[in-house]
Ligand binder design. Sequence first.
Ligand SMILES: NC(=O)c1ccc[n+]([C@@H]2O[C@H](COP(=O)([O-])OP(=O)(O)OC[C@H]3O[C@@H](n4cnc5c(N)ncnc54)[C@H](O)[C@@H]3O)[C@@H](O)[C@H]2O)c1
Length: 267
Amino acid sequence: MTKRLDGRIALVSGALRGIGLAIAQCLDADGATTIVTDLDQPDSEAVATAIGTMTNASYIRLDATDEDAWIAARAQVAETYGHLDILVNNVGADLTGKVQDIKLADWRRLMTLNVDTVFLGTKTFQPLLAKGGASTPYGSSIVNISSIMGLVGMGEVSAYNASKGAVRLFTKSNALEFADNGVPIRVNSVHPGFVETPLLHKGMKSWAERDGTLTAQQLIDAMAQTTPIKRLAQPIEIGKVVAFLASDDASYMTGSEVVVDGGWTAR
Ligand SMILES: NC(=O)c1ccc[n+]([C@@H]2O[C@H](COP(=O)([O-])OP(=O)(O)OC[C@H]3O[C@@H](n4cnc5c(N)ncnc54)[C@H](O)[C@@H]3O)[C@@H](O)[C@H]2O)c1
């Protein structure tokens, strides 16, 4: 049976855990040849475990904040496949706290992780994606992982809000630039709500330590309760939407922001 991503080559940044791993698994399940990238060494247990959950995946160590690492990854992909069809810029971290308490170094680090990584992935792989897009009917696909925090503001989330808002508009600008210039790459952003991942647990732990009134688990329970469908998302629920955007099923979508939040921003 043919699958909708058969023959497509995909690369996902930050794909050994959480949402990135689920995205890679969904692309793999839809037939894509999937390149998992992350910080761990290729011979690590995490890499073996992640790759073992997929049928046609490989691993490249890629620090997504490092331009030289992106260029080296592009050379490897060019040599092995000659082109790329799908790029998912997933790497990201969070930072919470009052503006008065945020250190400039921490602010800059977050912007590097959440914004520079999207810029670098896009810039580096544009030529290979354009090549892939030229040989498919509806072009290749970039999916940038933003957040509901790229759509609406929240107190003590200013740095993360600013970074994810930047990803939202970078996506739209890119989509227009490519469309205006006949570059066959669709570009869309995905805006997850609260997703059960290591990042969420780590973020709530530091919020609880700072706040001192609620435990991390109480904060997580409160998140579920303030979500209209009363639960957190599982990473695969984001991965399936990304796989759709990556496929020709989303042939008329570019510059779109796709919200996957259990109704959180519907109010
Ligand atoms: N978890 C949520 O509730 C949630 C909600 C909305 C958006 N997001 C966004 O989804 C994306 C993934 O989040 P997650 O919750 O799965 O995070 P996570 O921390 O659970 O996983 C992130 C992965 O990225 C890797 N990584 C970190 N820095 C890297 C770097 N410099 N280069 C390469 N890889 C790196 C980590 O090793 C890890 O495997 C992020 O952009 C995040 O902002 C998450």
